[in-house]
Design a protein around this ligand. Sequence first.
Ligand SMILES: [Zn+2]
Length: 111
Amino acid sequence: MPIYEYECAVCGFTASHVVLGSEQLEHPHCPDCGSVETRRIMSSFAVVESEAARLENFDTRKPRDESFYRDARNVGLWAKKRARELGVDLGSKFDETVEQARSGKLIKDMM
Ligand SMILES: [Zn+2]
């Protein structure tokens, strides 16, 4: 499921938006000011790359505050990294669950 990042031209707010199915949202509403003057700033490919980077830089020993979990892309990151450190294979079902948790939060954030 591709996730795109948008930037609002009016207030500068950036938001992630999950594109469902064949839906092509060129200008989703800004979740902050409601403007449709938004533009896509990242491809889904860049998001995938950035997750790999996040996972790499993520330190499971450091405390995480609330704002960490406000970013939906961080959902499941701790578990993934921890599993990798322990050499545990979480399987594809886990990835699926994480994706669902993330997109659920993302959609909620857009409302
Ligand atoms: Zn805005």
